[in-house]
Write a protein of this length. Structure first.
Length: 200
């Protein structure tokens, strides 16, 4: 007979509660639940992935790294673990290392807009510019209202001197998020470049 208060359903309920808290921006409260789950079961991969994700949101990069590395060590198919490790390597501009993790994450969970955004950005910055732009375009096709993707793709086009395309992407990002500092900075960069080209 199925017992609803089984340890598995209890664990899933607590993971779900932690997920809801995370979505509401209550990362510390989520971590309290997740850390208790890990005390009970140190090899709970879902809890490790969620710890890594919450720590990333709190910008506790060392703790995010430790949890993600543990998750991938226990299960090499942890796409969240690989994504977070790839994101962290990219934020340190270790593009090649980042690409390895992000490609692995993408192969496990294809067509995830956020994984593709980070992979595209890492590819572009590692010198694989065409592949980076194509990957960022794919990310934007999957989630066409993401200001981060619009800005990343815009910067890529700006660096390859496609100013018209870059400008339209930054304008769209600002429409979606008028307070976006990143989009405002990007618009300024376009204006500067236009000025330089006018004068040259």
């Amino acid at each position: 007979m199925y017992n609803d208060s089984s340890p598995i359903s209890d664990t899933l309920e607590r993971l779900e509660e932690a997920e809801q808290l995370k979505l509401m921006g209550q990362n510390l409260e989520a971590l309290t639940i997740l850390e208790q789950l890990l005390i009970e079961d140190p090899e709970n991969i879902s809890a490790l992935e969620e710890v890594a994700d919450n720590e990333l949101s709190l910008e506790n990069y060392d703790r995010a790294q430790a949890a993600a590395a543990r998750a991938t060590a226990l299960d090499d198919e942890s796409y969240t673990g690989h994504y977070i490790l790839g994101f962290l390597r990219s934020s340190e501009q270790k593009w090649e290392e980042g690409i390895v993790h992000l490609k692995k994450s993408n192969s496990i969970r294809p067509n995830n807009a956020e994984i593709l955004r980070c992979l595209g950005w890492a590819l572009f910055n590692s010198g694989q510019k065409a592949q980076g732009i194509v990957t960022l375009e794919r990310a934007l096709n999957l989630d066409n209202e993401n200001p981060l993707t619009l800005c990343d793709l815009g910067v890529a086009y700006l660096q390859t001197r496609n100013i018209i395309k870059a400008k339209s992407l930054f304008d769209r990002a600002l429409e979606l998020e008028p307070e976006s500092l990143k989009a405002l900075e990007c618009i300024k960069a376009v204006q500067k470049l236009e000025q330089v080209l006018k004068e040259s």
